[in-house]
Design a binder for this molecule. Structure first.
Ligand code: ADP
Length: 485
């Protein structure tokens, strides 16, 4: 991966093809969660700035939405090439902003870039339909047209891929976009915008607003009449708020919200594979992803063999700042994240959970927490209901397959679930019975641009990735052509 001639660290937002400050002139600092070092400052924008961005996106819509799909695809292909070429630099920015180990950031660049590539290809496949007519003199057709201006709000835990997963299918479908990245990770987003600009994206097609006032700016994005679609990844509470706000103007909406992923290990599982999968699923990004295993549910017949091996694997994880060689578990993103993990740990211990390993702040200090395994966990403990978002694995045991499924489904969430088993009839039974949008069977990692990512129940609405990705950004229009003799 080549290094860039121009620095990718931008301290301005991007509206209507211009690098710009907030109208108020205010800025806010962005810090490294590993050591609180200042990375830089970005504009602290408000309602007036985001309104300008929405108007710019609206003005750019007629030309972009009617451009040839092949021309939109060509720009996206160039953006993909630029992101790939600058992968190392983007990964370093990402690790500095959000703390994840550099190896994971490099992986995220590859994963995030794959959505741009996939969307570029899909741009040319937004086909309509011709319906066999119900009257001789008529012909019935369906067009798929871009919805209009899209408002995208993204989280800090995947500073790059959550953006490309939304923005690239929107652009491919012919929509224009106003993006508000998380206030903790704006620099990755700004670097992406620069690379999109260099790839030839016309002014106003992608606009990027940075702010600490997510409530107010998000309020404008979800209520402004020129915005036709809101796409959001983040907490369930904010998702519900945006859904309510978007109802006022009946916007299309996609939500990727919280999860409470069960990780089931059945008696017939391959233990070594299950340990490896549990580590990958639980400790990625220090446990701070919405698809991280939140609960490890182990069948009684295998628990005695699984738990010590899993605990030993957790003890081998290297805790270190993300830029350090070999780091596997980095810091929590902020003090709020640390406090939540500590509260859930203390609650579990108070309710009788045992600490198999870890269980406290790490010797490195700051926001580092020891990778932890809790055993003897029960449904009475808050960690079985709330998303932990940290390196803590609570282990529960169950007797029968039916009991395991019931425990797994006993949550308001329904994003990702995982299970390990070898019996093929069980694989089908459990795969069909889990009330989740995504199920990993004998794997702890499921995300790919070619498959539909999304949840059911309170985990969300809509899907990202796959051949369905662009549907979220288009509307069907039915044409009834009469008088044809
Ligand atoms: P997390 O707990 O992962 O930070 P949030 O839902 O708070 O989850 O944040 C995800 C994104 O939602 C971020 O970009 C954040 O700034 C934004 N956000 C937070 N509160 C609001 C709000 N009231 N309206 C719109 N966006 C919001």
């Amino acid at each position: 991966m080549a290094s860039t001639p121009a620095p990718l660290l931008h301290e301005q937002a991007y509206i209507d093809g211009q690098w710009t400050s907030a109208a108020s002139g205010r800025t806010f600092p962005v810090k490294d969660p590993a050591n609180d070092a200042l990375i830089g400052r970005v504009p602290d924008m408000d309602a007036a700035d985001v309104t300008r961005a929405i108007e710019a996106a609206h003005a750019a819509f007629p030309a972009w939405s009617t451009a040839l799909a092949a021309d939109r695809a060509a720009i996206l292909k160039r953006w993909h090439a630029a992101v790939t070429a600058h992968g190392r630099e983007l990964a370093e920015i990402m690790t500095r902003e959000c703390g994840k180990p550099l190896a994971e950031s490099i992986g995220e660049v590859r994963y995030g870039a794959s959505f741009i590539d996939w969307s570029a290809e899909q741009a040319r496949r937004v086909n309509g339909e011709i319906i066999p007519t119900d009257q001789r003199s008529r012909r019935l057709l369906v067009l798929r047209q871009p919805v209009g201006v899209v408002a995208a709000i993204t989280p800090w835990n995947f500073p790059l891929s959550m953006i490309t997963r939304k923005v690239s299918p929107a652009l491919a479908a012919g929509c224009t976009v106003v993006l508000k990245p998380a206030e903790l990770t704006p620099f990755t987003a700004l670097a992406l915008a620069q690379l999109a600009e260099e790839a030839g994206l016309p002014a106003g097609v992608l606009n990027l607003v940075t702010t600490t006032d997510a409530k107010r700016v998000g309020g404008v994005m979800s209520t402004h009449p020129l915005v036709r679609k809101v796409t959001f990844t983040g907490s369930t509470a904010v998702g519900k708020l945006l859904m309510a706000q978007a109802a006022g103007t009946v916007k299309k909406i996609s939500l990727e919200l919280g999860g409470n992923a069960p990780f089931l290990v059945f008696d017939d599982a391959d233990i070594d594979a299950a340990v490896e999968g549990a580590i990958a699923s639980k400790f990625r990004n220090s446990g701070q992803t919405c698809v991280c295993a939140n609960r490890v549910l182990v069948q009684e017949g295998i628990a005695e063999a699984f738990i010590p091996r899993f605990t030993a694997a957790v003890e081998r994880l290297k805790v270190a700042p993300g830029l350090e060689e070999g780091a596997q578990v980095g810091p929590m993103i902020d003090d709020k994240g640390v406090a939540k993990v500590m509260r859930l740990l203390q609650d579990a211990i108070a309710h009788g959970a045992q600490v198999a390993t870890g269980g406290k702040a790490h010797a490195l200090g700051g926001r580092f927490i020891e990778p932890t395994v809790l055993t003897g966990v029960t449904q009475a403990m808050a960690c079985t209901r709330e998303e932990i978002f940290g390196p803590v694995a609570p282990v529960q045991t169950f007797r029968t397959e039916a009991e395991g499924i019931a425990l797994a489904n006993d949550t308001v969430f329904g994003l990702a679930a995982y299970f390990y088993a070898r019996d093929s009839a069980r694989i089908w039974r459990v795969g069909e019975a889990l009330e989740y949008g995504m199920v990993g069977i004998n794997t702890g990692l499921i995300s790919t641009a070619v498959a539909p990512f999304g949840g059911v129940k309170e985990s969300g609405i809509g899907r990202e990735g796959s051949t369905h990705a662009l549907e979220e950004f288009t509307e069907m229009k039915y044409l009834s052509l009469a008088g044809l003799g």
